[in-house]
Write a protein that binds this ligand. Sequence first.
Ligand code: UD1
Ligand code: CA
Length: 457
Amino acid sequence: MLNIVILAAGMGKRMQSDLPKVLHPIAGKPMLEHVLGTAQALSPQQVVVVVGHGAEQVQTRYPAQAGLVFALQSPQHGTGHAVQQAVPALLDDGSAQDATLVLYGDVPMVQAATLERLLQARGNGVAVLTEFLGDPTGYGRIVRGDDGTVQRIVEHKDASETERAINEVNTGILVAPTAKLKDWLNRIDNNNAQGEYYLTDIIALAVADGVPVQAAQAHAAWETLGVNSRIQQAQLERLWQAELARRQLEQGVTLADPSRFDQRGDLQCGRDVYIDVGCIFEGTVVLGDGVHVGPHSVLKDVVVEDGVRIEAYCHLQQAQIGVEAKVGPYARLRPGTQLGAQAHVGNFVEIKNAIFGTGSKANHLAYVGDADIGERVNIGAGTITCNYDGANKYRTVIEDDVFIGSDTQLVAPVRVGKGATIGAGTTLTKDAPAEQLTLSRTHQRSIEAWRRPVKKT
Ligand code: UD1
Ligand code: CA
């Protein structure tokens, strides 16, 4: 049985925040959620999150459920004390496979593949994830014996000069046999420089009990970086974004500049996708083959079909864009927008909860909300669907092949019949019949004798 304990009780003082540290995001998602996701990927029987500072906020955000429980650590007396609080929730059936893996809520980007290797490395013993650092200051050092085996971990504050020269450090992540771990945790004390119960002290106890201790390393250095400050959060964000950019490039996506790419969710790209600088992808975004995304666009939960061009500065949310459609520059597609194939939505057009049929166009300055637009419709500049009377919303229906002249207001509910033309400047308050020209306009007149007023002296 595999248990995973996630330490998340620390205060995170250096974040200078009211939000518990583990709820601060990397790539748009709380750090703890990254760790919970990675933990789930290992199919554990039990996940125990040790909470303390901000416990309520953490538990509200991630409610306990089958396989996910919380243990409260208050006050905090060290990492060993923290794991002790999780002990009552640990599952073991006495088999040699029983193991408990300890992760940190503030070391969010460790990857499942690395943890799988750590679990492999342990055999039936203990394994510690270690790292070699140019400057190991502050970290626990891995003390190895003459035969090269791990003997114990000494914290920086307790280390001698010779021990401080060791550059192999403890990342904090380790795995141990569950029953033995419980026993060792009962035997650690706080006679050390910090007066804390160190989880790291179980290593020497394991060695004394003849349990082998292995060390393994992560694939990439960023996997074991912890976040204790906004600076470290920002640094890890960039490292993780560089990794996400690298993965997209590897899949054949062109990024105009991989260092100006932000993926805060799931981004699936087809073949020959081009993404210009400064774009932000949130939620789940799907880009079909040959899609072009211009600079500085924000796409959240959108599906973009093959051959679509999104020009600069677009904001798209919960929208679906059909094959070879053109969007932007400066277009805003709000939730419920569905553009058909070859639709065109140009600059300063806002669309909400509306369907555009194949080949329909709104090329400039329009608001189209709560509308069903047929095929090959042309919506002129300045057109507005008046969908809201201050209390309720109504739909506008525009059938196929309609031409809406510029500066038209469609006061919903209203329907424009197939092939109709609406004259520029019309305020449409009644349905417009198919194939006819409808317009509401006062007759134009000129006053010959009119003179401009003159300023009084
Ligand atoms: C710990 C390790 C050290 C390692 C370093 C890596 C120990 C004794 N030391 O040191 O060997 O090199 O991590 O970053 O384990 N936490 C609790 N409750 C507590 C104390 C800590 O939940 O009482 C949590 C913190 O929220 C954090 C993690 O444990 O997520 C590590 O705590 P931290 O104080 O950063 O450990 P270090 O002293 O840096
Ligand atoms: Ca730390």
